[in-house]
Design a protein around this ligand. Sequence first.
Ligand SMILES: [Fe+2]
Length: 380
Amino acid sequence: MNPFSFPGVGAIFFGVDRVEQLADDVSSLEEKGTSVVLISDAGVAKEGILDRVKSILERSGHDVIVFSDLKSEPRAKSVDEAAAIVRRCGKPCIVGLGGGSALDVAKLAAVIVGDDRPAQDYALCAHSLPKPALKRIMIPTTAGTGSEVTRNVIFATREGRKVWAWGKELLPDLVILDPRLTISLPAHITATSGLDALVHAIEACTSQHRNPFSDSLGLHAIRLGKQHLMTAIEKPNDMIARSGMLLASTLAGLAFGTTGTAAAHSIGHALATIAGIPHGRAVAIGLDAILEWNAEASPEAFAAVADALGSQRNPDAAAPAFRTLIEQTGLDRSLVDKKIDPETLATVMMAEENKPMIENNARPITQQDALELARRTLSF
Ligand SMILES: [Fe+2]
């Protein structure tokens, strides 16, 4: 059996409207009246969620400073701007509220304030992260990244390269899972973020580092995703489906938190670097391209995935089951309009920043394999 570590995370609270107790949560971690830096994104602000959360805190006497200048995928510059605001506030409590981008910026900004390096210096573990000095609460408003419970953050460098930082220092003190915060997500974001959660779960329980923790958490995340994704897309106010997807996302985050992701994420990150393809769509396309090819490497693991996807317990059934789900969501699988060169895609897939995911893949990938997988990715 593989050696592994399960880093744990602070307390996790789940409940419809659980966010109403946020001020008590801050007080449970910090002295009453501590200021709060609320790190969020433009989408959350537009939906009125940001104002609601801000007023929950202000009603209880907390000064709230908002940073919500984030539109899509996070950049090192955004992390540095958020960190500059945090530094000006003394010793605030940090609340991340939003999709994976807002949570990643909040997680990294809250920690790097303990040093004077810019965010980019921590890319690919080039420097160790400072010990966290601030309390952190993460509240996801999408169901996909699982960022609220993971030790990694993803961001783009000044040059546009998609990179990661990693360390137990990035784990929050407290997580609030409130499915009502996800009901305003448009159908296409519900679809792509939900597929991202499924990719995390499938990669966790088929990767080189899979273990009993990732299997238990990941396989149940797959079952929940299969059960609830289409309802969440078609009936956005269905709280049972929204709850199922939010829990699938967090369980998948806990699963891949102990294993890392695999080659579908190398393909996805390369598609983001080369052509700016958003994360959920990119990794769903990546997994679709590699799942069948991977299955022979670990028949038992892929049979369990197929079973969790509601198909026969057979390794060859995993790829068609996942493709059916992609097709049901209406995800645009084709990248023809991007005119991506397969050789370029293969090169970026195998680049330093994507190597750990390649090395964690169920089936070892040579340079020649990478080219074949790049061609499969672009073949639709
Ligand atoms: Fe992902």
